[in-house]
Design a protein around this ligand. Sequence first.
Ligand code: ADP
Length: 580
Amino acid sequence: MSKPATAPKNKVTIGHVFKTIVWPRRKLLFIGLILIVISRAAGLVPPWATKPFMDDILVNHQMDKLPMLLIGVTIAILIQAVTSFLLTKILSVEAQHLISVLRSRVQKHLLRLPIRFFDNQKSGALVSRVMNDVEGVRNLVGTGLVQLVGGVLTAIISVGFLININPLMTLFVLLPMSIFGVITLKAFSIIRPVFRERGKITAEVTGRLTETLNGVRVIKGFNAEPQEIKVFEKGVDQLFQNVKKSLTSTSFVTSAGTFLVGLASVGIMGLSGYFNLTAGDFLQFTMFMVFMIAPIVQMSNIGSQLTEAFAGLDRTEELMNMPIEDDGTVRTVKIGTIKGDMEFKNVSFAYEEGKPVLKNIDFKAPAGTVTALVGTSGSGKTTIAGLTASFLNPDSGTITIDGIDMSKVSLDSFRSQLGVVLQDDFLFEGTIRENILFPRPNATENELKSAVHAAFVHEFTDRFELGLDTVIGERGVKLSGGQRQRIAIARAILANPRILILDEATSNLDTESESFIQDSLKTLMQGRTTFVIAHRLSTIRQADQILVIEDGQIAERGKHEELIEKKGRYFQLYTYQARI
Ligand code: ADP
C-alpha cells in the first residue's frame, strides 16, 4: 500500500479512537450489535424462503406449507423493521451527543490557547474546525460501525449457506469479491489524505468568507468586490477539485463492485446449468449471493464514511495537541485580591526571533497609579500592554505583580482582576445590557445602573425606546464610535478590575462624546493601576508617569510638566503635535 506523500503529524490511530471513542460506549454499541444481529438474521429469512417457495409450493404444489411460510416471512420483516428503528434511534442519538461533547471540548481548548495562536488564524477557519471536523464521529458511533460489523456477519453467514448449496459455485463468487475487497482497501488509503485536505480547504474558504462579510464596508469602500469574488471562486474551485479527486476513487470502487458482481452472476448462470441446480436452489443461491455482496458493497460506503471520520479526527487532534497558555503546571501561584503594584524588570520581547520589539523595558507602576504609554505608531506600546495583560510572555526579564513573578501566577486568578478597554472595543450581537453585563452576568440591577451612569451610557440609551434592552447589530455597528466606547467603559467599571488596560481611540470623537468619555474614564481609572496607550492630552496630563516609547525602548519618563521642561523627545511630540 503506498503511503501518502505528506504523512499528517497528528494522525489518529485506530487503537486511539477505539480506546477514547468506541470503548467508553461499549454497552450501547453492544446493544446495537445484538440488534443488528437480530435484524440481519431476520433479513436472511426471505432469501432462505425462496427455495421452499419455488420447489415445494410452486413446483410441487404443497399448498399447506404456504401460510406458515408467509407468516414466517412477515414476522421476519417486522422484526427487521423494529430492530433497525431501535438501532438508528439509540446509536444516532448517542452519536449526536458525542458530537456536541466533542465540539464543546474543542471550543474549550481553543479558548485556552495563547493570544499568539489567534494572531495567525482566520476566525472563520477555526469555526469550521470546531463545528465540522468532529462531525465524522457520527459514523463511528452511529450506525456506521455497527453496520460494518453486521455486514461482515451477514456476509459470513451467507457464505455458509452458499457453500451448503454448492461449494464450487461459492468459490466462483468469492474470487471476484476478494479482488473487490483489495481494490476498496487500496482506494481508501488514497482517499484519506484527500478528505483531510478537504477539511483544510473548507476551513480556509469559510474563514475567508467570514472575513469578507465582516469587512464588507472596507470591501465596498474600496470597490474591491471583484477581488473578493475571485478569491472565493478560487477557494470553491479548490474544494471542487478535491471532491472530484475523491469522487473518482469512490466511483471507481462502486463501478468495480458492480462489474465484478455482474461477472459473478454470469458465471453463476453458466455454472447452475452445468451443475443442474433446481429452480429453488438457483434462486436461493442468487439471493444469498446478493445478501453476501450487498453488505460488502455497503461496507465500501461505510469505509468511506469512516475514512472521513478519521480525517476529521486527525484535524481535531492537531488542535487538541496545541499547548494551552496555562496548564496549571508552571503557573501555580493563585493570587488573592491584589493591591496592584506592577513592575517590569529589564523586559525584552520579540514576536519573531532575531527581531526584538521591546528592549530592556524597566519601570514601576505603583498600585492605583496611571501610566501613560506614548510614542509613534509601531514603537511597542501595544506590546507592553499585551505583556501587562499576560497575553504575551517576556523573552527575558520579569514582570511582577505585588512582587510576585507573573510567569508563575495562575492566569485565572490574575485575569479575574484585569480589565481591558480597547480602541475598537468588541461588542457582541445582543442587547446593550448583555454587553455591559458580560464580565459579571450576576451583577445586581443597582450595580449595573451605577456603571451605566458613571459611563454616561444612559445619556443615549434613554433616548432609545427599549433603553438598555436595545439590540445592537453585530460588532455594534448601529452605534457611534463614542457610544461604543462608553458601553466598553461601563463594562469595565462593572467588572471592577484592579489592573486596567486602556487603548484610547485615535479617531476624533465629537466634542460632546469626548467630554462624556473623559469624565467616565476618570471614574474608571480611579484607584486602579492603569496602563493607557494615550492619545488624549487630557489623559496624558493627568498621568502619574508618562513613558515615551521609541523603537522598543523607554526614551523618556516623567510627568507632563517635567518632560515639557526637559525639552526632549516628549516636548517634540507634544509641540509639533506629532501623533502621540
Ligand atoms: P504600537 O502599539 O506602539 O503601535 P506595537 O506594539 O503594536 O506598536 O508593535 C511594535 C512592533 O511589533 C511593530 O514593529 C509591529 O510591526 C510588531 N508587531 C506587532 N504585533 C505583531 C505580531 N503579532 N507579530 C509580529 N510582529 C508584530
